[in-house]
Design a protein around this ligand. Structure first.
Ligand code: ADP
Length: 588
């Protein structure tokens, strides 16, 4: 049975229909008009029959015909306007909800994003919200409208004859109850079909993503067999669903025909008793057959309500999810380059499966980086370097200790401002399917070409820009097609450079680069770090030699920290040993 969380429905309706009150009022007026015309139609028909058979001569037959055509035409026009308004209301409301949800999801912390796949979130923002389209645009009004129409028909029939009115009421209630129950018969088949189609798309999605592996490992035959098996099950479920649907539809039709039989029987009986005219027999018949449409629509709307029910619950719980990061700080983020203090910082990922023992990913880190200096982070994979970078961007908060910029705790600054002042270049730079210009400015049209060109020149990328076939207009493919890993990093440097942050965090590309790109990157890093505090997760000897201090990490702990020159010249230091064995071989 449908469980209706009425408060949630009204909260959603109030919030998203409020801005469109005027359209909704117009929709309601059109609907009322259309109900009035539908109720008027059989009356005109009855008048027509009685005039033709000579039972009364109240109106000339031509006026009745004109009225009939006007009512039919008016009804159609009102239908078109209502459908138009409903679709506008539905789209405006769902788009507002979509953007609220997308904004909310983007504001949630990384731990949330790690535990929800992009596909799942797309389904929430788009799939669930699309299901609500009809709910917003039609449900409340049309449901009410249909109930009103049924009620109006019963009243109109009763006004002609009380016995017929009683029969109409009884028929309407019993038929509606039976139709709604019939619907339940088809529900499991519908659900099974939906489940199988979800599984099918899940299967296809997974294998399309892994197509290279599938091909490389010769798993094509196996995959095709699984695909055919999916098709086979899907087809079976589809047939069952169609069969159940047809049976339900056929039974509903039989019920409506039965309604017509009742109307004709009562009509004939009353006519032969001389209680009503032939026109009224027509009137009863057309009112009874009019009952079928609102009943069908109510059945459809109950189904939509069931779907909306699950979607609303999921959307609600998503909107209720709060970011694990409290964003209440108001202290301004320092301008220019700032110093960074880690005081006794310990952090672990809450849901860390990698560390069931509860070991810290960052363990009592207590260091200070001077403003404008660059630190090189070294350590094997998994030692906690990227985690340290994430803490600086406040993607997570440490459980113990504090991180401070110029003495101000990160938690005291507004998150968005903080991230505006910290530039991050990761190893896998996201390139969008757009022009070089859009990729650099993140689609911000207010940045002029000259500013971008200047930034690229400053970073020593002028020649690179000229080498692009269409300059800033060169189109880049999705997933960075057409750019090497090094070039993607160069592009990311330009992004950060335009942002002009006080701290730059760079996770160097660990893949080997061609000498030309390598030297471009070196120069660009030099310019990028100029006048800013820098944290470089280094993989290259050339980069390491340019930093001011070195920090070597192991399992979240600092094992060596000191100035580059001092460590390099101390043969006993780990750093000196690393240099001897070759940085690239040990750290990548
Ligand atoms: P590095 O950058 O030095 O390779 P990371 O900071 O990425 O190291 O990882 C440090 C440790 O934290 C590793 O044991 C890793 O498995 C774990 N880790 C990294 N990211 C997450 C995450 N999102 N959730 C849980 N554990 C993580």
């Amino acid at each position: 049975m449908v469980k209706i969380p009425v408060r949630q429905y009204f909260a959603l309706i109030a919030r998203y229909l409020q801005p469109q009150r005027r359209r909704v009022v117009w929709m309601a007026l059109c609907l009322l008009g259309s109900i009035g015309l539908q109720l008027l139609n059989p009356q005109v028909l009855a008048e027509f029959v009685d005039t033709v058979t000579g039972e009364n001569t109240r109106y000339p037959i031509l006026s009745i015909a004109v009225l009939y055509i006007a009512a039919a035409g008016g009804g159609q026009i009102l239908n078109v306007v209502t459908t138009y308004l409903a679709s506008q209301v539905g789209w405006a409301a769902t788009n507002a909800l979509r953007s609220d949800l997308a904004g909310h999801i983007l504001g949630l912390d990384l731990a949330f994003h790690k535990s929800h796949t992009p596909g799942e979130l797309i389904e929430r923002v788009d799939g669930d919200v699309s299901l609500l389209n009809k709910f917003f645009s039609q449900f409340t009004l049309l449901f009410g409208g249909n109930v009103l129409l049924m009620f109006g028909i019963v009243v109109a029939v009763s006004m002609e004859n009380l016995v017929a009115g009683g029969a109409a009421l009884l028929f309407a209630l019993v038929a509606l109850a039976v139709i709604l129950r019939l619907r339940q018969v088809a529900v499991p088949y519908l659900a099974a079909h939906r489940q199988l189609s979800a599984e099918f798309y899940g299967f296809v999605g997974e294998h399309l993503t892994g197509r290279e592996d599938v091909k490389a490992n010769g798993a094509r035959g196996w995959m095709m067999r699984r695909l055919l098996l999916h098709y086979q099950n899907w087809l079976l479920a589809f047939h069952r669903m169609r069969l159940a649907g047809t049976l339900v539809w056929g039974s509903s039709m039989a019920i409506f025909v039965f309604g017509n039989v009742i109307a004709l029987a009562i009509g004939a009986w009353l006519y032969y008793r001389g209680d009503i005219s032939l026109g009224t027999v027509f009137l009863l018949y057309s009112y009874f057959s009019q009952l079928s449409r609102p009943m069908e629509q109510i059945q459809e709307q109950v189904e939509q309500l069931q779907q909306a029910d699950a979607s609303i619950a999921r959307i609600r719980s998503l909107l209720d999810t709060q970011s694990a990061l409290e964003d209440v700080g108001t202290s301004p983020v320092p301008a220019g380059a700032f110093d960074i203090g880690f005081s006794n910082v310990s952090f672990r990922y809450e849901d860390s499966e990698a560390d069931p023992s509860g070991a810290w990913t960052i363990d009592e880190l207590d260091i200070h980086l001077a403003a404008g200096e660059t630190i090189g982070l070294l350590g094997r994979t998994g030692s906690g370097k990227s985690t340290l970078a994430r803490l600086l961007l406040r993607l997570y908060d440490p459980q113990l200790g504090a991180i401070r910029f110029n003495g101000v705790d990160l938690r005291e600054m507004p998150v968005s401002e903080l991230r505006q002042r910290v530039g991050l270049v990761t190893q896998d730079v996201q390139i969008f399917q757009a022009s070089v210009r859009e990729n650099i400015t993140f689609f911000d049209r207010s940045v002029s070409d000259s500013v971008i060109t200047e930034a690229l020149e400053m970073l020593g990328l002028g020649d690179w820009l000229h080498s692009l076939p269409h300059g800033l207009n060169t189109q880049l493919g999705a997933e960075g097609r057409g750019l090497s890993a090094g070039e993607a990093q160069l592009l990311a440097f330009a992004r950060v450079f335009l942002k002009d942050p006080g701290l730059v965090i760079l996770d160097e590309a660990s893949s080997r680069l061609d000498p030309e790109t390598e030297s471009l990157i070196e120069r660009a890093v030099e310019r990028l770090m100029h006048g800013r505090t820098g944290v470089i997760i280094a993989h290259r000897l050339a980069t390491v030699q340019r930093v001011d201090t070195i920090l070597i990490m192991e399992a979240g702990r600092v094992v060596e920290h000191g100035r580059l020159a001092a460590l390099a010249s101390d043969p006993g230091s780990r750093f000196a040993q690393l240099l001897k064995v070759g940085l690239e071989d040990v750290l990548v």
